[in-house]
Design a protein around this ligand. Structure first.
Ligand SMILES: Nc1ncnc2c1ncn2[C@@H]1O[C@H](COP(=O)(O)OP(=O)(O)OP(=O)(O)O)[C@@H](O)[C@H]1O
Ligand SMILES: [Mg+2]
Length: 147
């Protein structure tokens, strides 16, 4: 699906973080968002997943505005995985990734869900971490690299 961001603006009260931002990401592409600390990268990602509501502009996923999508439909199209996400249970990496299938499930994961999870891990080069506990991995920052 194509992701389109049009004339997006977002402020935390009077602190303008995103101003008139435009972006298009084509299906199948892998994009890295790079910028100085505090420049608004996480804010943009939170707007994409409707955690934050922009003051102006629109975001379309697969041609539909995220404003008009029901939560389950939005979750099928876009997913936000923050770097620091406290979990209260000792879940493994494969279990955490399986939670990403939640909007596609009826009750429990099917074989095709399990295959989708294994495919996602493999695509990201993370198959070797599948059985590790999620909360024992490095988050990718700081000096506690424990991968
Ligand atoms: N909840 C909030 N309330 C007020 N201001 C915020 C809030 N969250 C972030 N900001 C401010 O918005 C700006 C953008 O923050 P954001 O977290 O999006 O930056 P970032 O590019 O993700 O930074 P980093 O590289 O450190 O992750 C910063 O000036 C930050 O202080
Ligand atoms: Mg950030």
């Amino acid at each position: 699906m194509t992701l389109t961001v049009r004339e997006l603006s977002f402020s935390y009260k009077d602190r303008v973080v995103l101003h008139d931002l435009g972006l298009q990401v084509m299906p199948g592409s892998l994009v890295c968002l790079v910028g100085p600390n505090g420049s608004g990268k996480s804010t943009l990602l939170r707007c994409l997943d409707r955690i934050l509501w922009p003051s102006r502009g629109d975001i379309l996923v697969g041609g539909a505005s995220i404003k008009s999508l029901r939560p389950r439909e939005l979750a099928r199209r876009i997913c936000y995985m923050p770097q620091n996400h406290p979990l209260n249970f000792p879940l493994t990496v494969v279990e955490v990734v399986t939670m990403g299938r939640r909007p596609h499930l009826h009750f429990r994961p099917s074989d095709s869900d399990r295959q989708a999870v294994l495919w996602a891990l493999s695509m990201l080069g993370l198959s070797g971490l599948a059985r590790r506990y999620f909360d024992e991995l490095s988050g990718g920052g700081g000096d506690k690299k424990r991968f």
